[in-house]
Design a protein around this ligand. Structure first.
Ligand SMILES: Cc1ncc(C[n+]2csc(CCOP(=O)(O)OP(=O)(O)O)c2C)c(N)n1
Ligand SMILES: [Mg+2]
Length: 320
């Protein structure tokens, strides 16, 4: 299960891509260039990067309202994502969906989702489809600590456990659902303890350690692929930004934020790669420069694309 140097560099590059994408979105949002709501994934990159590194193109993921990291890690196109955030007709949803509705079914990305707890039933459904089609594919459901209290989540898990479906529930416990800390919303210290009620494995990992996430995901995905059913992986992590861009964050202390910034998954992985001589400091800078260039292209693609046309509003909708 140990990662090759090449795999580690690939995972690190994904983390850099997510971090820099989100930093750009934060600035562009503050400059008034991105309409609507955005929820950023900065600080949580190790979860999506570690999990998606274990997946094949025909495996499925379901995402959340904080979805950019999941989409990038599963191979989402940065230009189409950026254009969607800018509300341009060249975006993933022709500029009509925005951050919380990006999907790419060809890549197995079944969609970001503005409904908290909306993903688990979709992931369980996708796992039923994998079984029905006799594919070896699995589905992975990313969901938050807040979503872990939704009925939909538990209904989906119960069914997945009863039918031993190939699905892995990846719980991103970033300590908060909007402004509500998990110690006020949940009676167990480890959310994954609830897996016992479905008789499925419940694993807790340091969600800021990408290698630990990768290892836990590898095991759960292998279990799902061979027909032994679902698992719940709880990744303890933290979002550096507010719930949404513009959130004044009055519900948490600066000490808490600094404590978690000291455990930032990105410099941790970077130090590991440099200490183990997998990459030199120059090579790290080279990766960042390449990602910067890719993002500049994505931003200029978005900015030079036409806005979504109101006349097309009712195109591509299922009901009117
Ligand atoms: C069904 C539903 N209820 C409430 C909301 C409002 N809402 C949006 S995000 C959120 C908190 C989600 O917290 P969590 O699942 O921990 O995800 P995080 O934002 O921390 O990534 C809530 C309650 C919603 N979008 N959908
Ligand atoms: Mg949360």
């Amino acid at each position: 299960m140990s990662l090759s140097n090449e795999q580690m560099v690939e995972i690190y590059t994904t983390m850099v891509k997510i971090r820099m994408f989100e930093e750009n979105v934060s600035e562009l949002f503050a400059a008034g260039k991105i309409p609507g709501f955005v929820h950023l994934y900065i600080g949580e990159e190790a979860v999506a990067s570690g999990v998606c590194a274990c997946l094949n193109k025909d495996d499925y993921i379901t995402s959340t309202h904080r979805g950019h990291g999941h989409l990038i890690a599963k191979g989402g196109d940065l230009q189409l994502m950026m254009a969607e955030l800018f509300g341009r007709s060249t975006g993933y949803c022709k500029g009509k969906g925005g951050s919380m509705h990006i999907a790419d079914v060809e890549l197995g990305i079944l969609g970001a989702n503005g409904i908290v707890g909306g993903g688990p039933p979709l992931a369980t459904g996708a796992a039923i489809a994998c079984e029905h089609d006799q594919k070896q594919a699995v589905s992975v459901c990313f969901f938050g600590d807040g979503a872990s209290n939704q009925g939909t989540t538990h209904e989906a898990m119960n069914l997945a456990a009863c039918w031993k479906l190939p699905v892995v529930f990846v719980n991103e416990n970033n300590l908060y659902g909007i402004s509500c800390c998990t110690d006020k919303s949940t009676c167990v210290a480890d959310l994954a303890d609830r897996a016992a009620s479905y008789d499925i494995p419940g694993v807790v990992v340091d969600g800021n350690d990408v290698v630990a996430v990768y290892e836990a995901a590898t095991e759960a995905i292998a279990r799902a692929r061979k027909g032994d059913g679902p698992s719940w992986i709880e990744c303890k992590t933290y979002r550096h930004h507010g719930h949404f861009e513009g959130d004044p964050c009055t519900y948490r202390t600066d000490d808490e934020l600094q404590e978690w910034k000291a455990k930032d998954p990105l410099p941790r992985m970077e130090a590991k790669l440099i200490d183990n001589k997998v990459l030199s400091a120059d090579e790290v800078e080279g990766i960042k420069a390449k990602v910067k260039e890719e993002l500049e292209k994505a931003i200029s693609f978005a900015e030079s694309s036409p806005m979504a046309d109101p006349a097309d509003l009712l195109e591509d909708v299922y009901t009117v």
